[in-house]
Design a protein around this ligand. Structure first.
Ligand code: ZN
Length: 250
């Protein structure tokens, strides 16, 4: 990691843009799928249903109906079906480029394009939760997305508790390339102990997942860990509202 990159990360992390004191009086978890690979719905949907878990899908319009690098992405019907089943559709930009390398005007236009494309498929639904493509934010993109969306999630690991940064929510990976159920267990315990909000993220789900995805067994194990700690799994927008306003959506 270069010096500029480290400096950028440092400034972005410190930027007190949307910090809030969490008002959670219980622990919560959010399961999030980045890019919305089709299997995150077709394979993961039935598993989540067994646990009564509802997820957030951070969808990028460019991937709609596309197969790329061996991954089939969501189509319009997947998007509608996941939404109908009570899962949240979040925003993940349209073009899925690294935000720090894109100008502000272009970033805003790209977010508009995504909102329009996905909103049209979903009959006017407004996307209020955002995840940075590749988890990469700069002070500029953090300010822009922090203003635009109720929350923005990165890929810095940790539990959101105490003072939380709504423009850079922490999230723990569920990844085949680095499968560490002990870390997820520890994070769940921490969330339980601190009335924290544990956000998990993954991509595709299948028997032979990409390095950034997981198997059905891994997803099941994560949901079993959360169930054992009695941590409800709710969409990001619901957890956000409860953490900020103290209102329970379910
Ligand atoms: Zn992505």
């Amino acid at each position: 990691m270069g010096l500029m990159h480290r400096a950028n990360n440092f400034v972005t992390r410190k930027l007190p843009l949307k910090q809030a004191r969490s008002r959670l009086e219980r622990s919560l978890a959010s399961l999030t799928f980045d890019d919305f690979p089709k299997s995150a719905w077709t394979v993961a949907g039935p598993i989540m249903q067994r646990f009564g878990a509802r997820a957030t899908y951070y969808a990028a319009g460019r991937f709609c109906g596309v197969s790329e690098d061996g991954i089939d992405y969501f189509d319009a019907e997947d998007l509608r079906a996941a939404h109908r089943a009570g899962h949240e559709i979040g925003a993940h930009s349209y073009a899925h480029r690294m935000a720090p390398s894109v100008g502000s005007t272009e970033l805003a236009a790209d977010a508009d394009r995504n909102a329009e494309a996905l909103g049209e498929i979903l009959g006017g639904v407004r996307l209020s939760s955002y995840a940075y493509p590749y988890g990469e934010a700069s002070p500029r993109s953090k300010a822009l997305m922090g203003r635009r969306f109720a929350s923005a999630r990165g890929i810095r690991p940790g539990v959101n508790a105490g003072r939380i940064d709504l423009a850079q929510l922490l999230a723990v990976p569920i990844e085949h390339r680095r499968w560490r159920p002990d870390e997820i267990q520890a994070a769940a315990r921490e969330a339980r102990a601190r009335n924290g909000w544990l956000i998990l993220f993954t991509h595709d789900v299948g028997d032979q997942p990409s390095p950034f995805g997981c198997t059905p067994q891994m997803l099941t194990e994560v949901l079993e860990i959360l169930a054992a700690e009695t941590i409800p799994v709710v969409p990001v927008k619901h957890a956000m509202a409860e953490a900020v306003f103290g209102t329970r959506a379910d």
